[in-house]
Design a protein around this ligand. Structure first.
Ligand code: 5RP
Length: 231
């Protein structure tokens, strides 16, 4: 499903574009499909802007030319995965702890395209997937206390195959936050959390998404569809 939706996303790419390259397993498949199209000469003069160390390494391995985010004034199209998508196309991202650069790239993009499988569609955000919040290392306790007062329970994200916490591409830590009642007002929560001293960015992507491509299995076959945004 992820492969089919990743391939479908490439149909929105045109030669000459500056492309935001997302992070995570679905975005990685999209980057591989993009590299195939470039290798076959179907897409020319593509420049990528990486959203993470993961997408940077992959693009370099696959010979996709990269440019630094700070060197571009505008990105034509950014393609990325998501952890939760609500009917109004508000998102939770950051399952791979890359949401700081992902949001910078999405904010600079003329078009922001999300590629997900059907399991990522939810009616209400944060009922099951915790909201990632990137914090300065020496601020995590202090931020946790403030978020607790907002009825959010935080856990410091721990690494696998490394002792201690996950350290982000920027050298920070991640708190995963579940609110008692989920998130009903993403815009307010995004601002309130980013206003806490020590917070770099949170994984709520509000009013950024232009299009969502969803992959699902129907009659044992992968099917792609693009839902309309609910107002
Ligand atoms: C990384 C992200 C990813 O896009 C998100 O976690 C989805 O990943 P996957 O496609 O592996 O399910 O936001 O920070």
């Amino acid at each position: 499903m992820k492969q089919v939706v990743a391939d479908a996303a490439i149909r929105d790419v045109k030669s000459g574009m500056i492309l935001g390259l997302g992070s995570g397993s679905t975005a990685a498949l999209m980057i591989k499909s993009l590299a195939d199209e470039i290798r076959q000469g179907k897409l020319k003069n593509i420049t990528g802007v990486a959203t993470s160390f993961q997408s940077e390494v992959l693009a370099l391995e696959l010979n996709i030319p990269l440019i630094d985010l700070s060197s571009v004034s505008q990105i034509d199209l950014a393609i990325d995965g998501a952890d939760e998508v609500d009917p109004g196309f508000q998102l939770i991202k950051g399952g791979g702890a890359c949401h700081v650069r992902e949001k910078l790239v999405a904010s600079k993009a003329d078009q922001f395209l999300i590629v997900v499988d059907e399991t990522k569609l939810v009616q209400n955000l944060n009922r099951s997937f915790p909201l990632p919040v990137e914090v300065l290392p020496n601020a995590w306790k202090q931020v946790q206390e403030v978020i607790s007062e907002m009825n959010g329970s935080c856990s410091l994200r721990m690494a696998t195959k490394k002792a201690g916490p996950v350290v982000t591409d920027q050298g920070n830590l991640v708190l995963d936050v579940l609110f008692d009642d989920g998130i009903k007002n993403p815009k307010d929560i995004e601002m309130a959390i980013n206003n806490i001293p020590g917070v770099l960015e949170n994984g709520l992507f509000v009013d950024l998404t232009d299009k969502v491509l969803v992959g699902k299995i129907e009659n044992n076959m992968p099917v792609i569809y693009s839902p309309s945004r609910a107002s």
